[in-house]
Design a protein around this ligand. Structure first.
Ligand SMILES: Cc1cc2nc3c(=O)[nH]c(=O)nc-3n(C[C@H](O)[C@H](O)[C@H](O)COP(=O)(O)OP(=O)(O)OC[C@H]3O[C@@H](n4cnc5c(N)ncnc54)[C@H](O)[C@@H]3O)c2cc1C
Length: 416
């Protein structure tokens, strides 16, 4: 069975791996000149079932409204004449009830937990190096009332299998000495013990090497997919910058590029970009740098140590397909870095970029079949795609090879 996997991010490459393991003859098509250079190359690096909360929550509509009034909220919106955003936005608002937020959170949590188990097994079997740190993740609070509210919120995940510890400032500093000099600036943290971190771009490069060398996967870089050609209920070709390419089956794993390509085959995918800002700094020799990944729950900046670099990311902005940024967009990241980790990295030598999360209105990704019998989706992983990639890849490969996925798929947009 010949399969074209469209997209060479963490979702595409993990899918290629599981399909090749199941005997498919796989080719990955990627428009960039390297793998994992889009969202996969800019994320915060946290593998975080403990961060599964749905963005569409009862708090979100107010936040969006305040953002329209100019406030610096966690989720922001920039209105533009883009019908796609309004259609997506209405579906997002519909998901903002307490009941739906809980349901969507638990669906995401289940996928994340499963994915972590699949990833651990894959990493062990193939000896994949990716600057992994398995010391949990810290959800950090500046004030005791916020810590208490956070603890109540996190209880939902604890009730569903996440092991958590509530730490005061002294215990946080004991776990990660980077906080010792700034203990008075924090109230404490919730540590999700099972979370971890690592560099998803390095993971993708190393897994792709296994795919090529052990499993015969072909990776074609610099190939842009411009459309799909449908014939009745089948796709018979992908139209690309390298010509028209045919296969028996196709997997759409293009991140935020997925809806545009799906549309050419008459499929409407509810995936919309949420822009985030990502910065990476070289660690300073002898400096005190974080050893546990985390998120500052007040300033909403995430951090993790990726080898000899420190990655910090922030912000979710609905601004369409816009990769632009200005130095001002990094003000809160730099403020946090200098506030909590003043000595960790060389902040004058940062690499800055914006990247786009492929968001669905409810949160969980879109997996499996749509209108066509041989076009499979693995798209819309939103803010959790590094965490979910291995699990969703395994699920999609199982669906494509007639195997029963190992977890129930209730609540997911999926057809077999
Ligand atoms: C700021 C930020 C922080 C994040 N932090 C975390 C985190 O801590 N933990 C976590 O789990 N997740 C995190 N995420 C989310 C995660 O990075 C994404 O969900 C994940 O990378 C999505 O993977 P993907 O392969 O679907 O998309 P991508 O990585 O974007 O890959 C899609 C690929 O398809 C290619 N492509 C697109 N269109 C075409 C086309 N027409 N033809 C050919 N190729 C095409 C692109 O070049 C790209 O390489 C974060 C995201 C952002 C933006």
């Amino acid at each position: 069975m010949k399969t074209l996997v469209l997209g060479g991010g963490v979702v595409g490459v993990t899918t290629a791996y599981f399909l090749a393991k199941a005997g498919h003859e796989v080719t990955v098509l990627e428009e960039k000149d390297g793998l994992g250079q889009e969202a996969t190359g800019g994320n915060a690096g946290i593998i975080a079932p403990g961060h599964s909360f749905a963005w569409a929550s009862p708090r979100a509509p107010r936040m969006l409204l305040e953002s329209l009034r100019g406030a610096e909220t966690a989720i922001r919106v920039r209105l533009a004449p883009d019908l796609g955003f309004y259609t997506w936005g209405l579906r997002f608002l519909r998901e903002c009830t307490a009941a739906r937020a809980r349901r969507n959170t638990l669906i995401k949590l289940r996928l994340c937990q499963y994915s972590q188990a699949v990833m651990n097994e894959l990493v062990r079997r193939e000896s994949i190096e990716y600057h992994a740190i398995a010391r949990g993740a810290l959800y950090l609070y500046r004030d005791p009332a916020e810590l208490e509210a956070g603890t109540k919120k996190m209880a939902l995940l604890a009730e569903h299998g996440q092991k958590q510890e509530i730490l005061d400032a002294r215990e946080v500093a004991k776990l990660d000495p980077v906080f010792e000099p700034v203990r008075d600036k924090i109230a404490g943290a919730i540590r999700d013990v099972g979370d971890s971190s690592g560099d998803s771009r390095v993971f993708v490069e190393n897994l792709a090497r296994v795919c090529r060398e052990k499993l015969g996967v072909a990776v074609r870089l610099g190939v842009r997919v411009t459309g799909l050609h449908a014939d009745g209920d089948r796709i018979d070709a992908a139209v690309t910058s390298a010509g028209v390419l045919s296969a028996d089956s196709y997997v759409l794993a293009l991140g935020v590029g997925a809806p545009r390509v799906a549309r050419t085959a008459g499929v409407s995918l509810p995936v919309y970009p949420a822009k985030g800002y990502s910065s990476t700094f070289p660690l300073r020799a002898g400096g005190l740098a974080p050893t546990v990944p985390g998120v500052d729950e007040r300033w909403l900046v995430g951090w993790s140590r990726l080898g000899d670099r420190l990655r910090l990311t922030s912000t979710a902005e609905f601004a369409g397909y816009d990769w632009s940024w200005t130095p001002r967009d990094f003000n809160n990241i730099l403020r946090l870095a200098r506030d909590l980790f003043p000595d960790a990295a060389d902040y004058d030598r940062g690499e800055y970029r914006a990247c786009l999360r492929p968001m669905t209105p409810d949160g969980p990704p879109i997996l499996g079949l749509g209108l066509h019998r041989n076009l499979f989706f693995n798209a819309g992983h939103g803010h959790m795609g590094w965490t979910m990639a291995c699990g969703t890849a395994r699920i999609v490969a199982d669906l494509m090879t007639g195997r029963m996925p190992e977890i129930g798929l209730e609540g997911l947009t999926v057809r077999r």
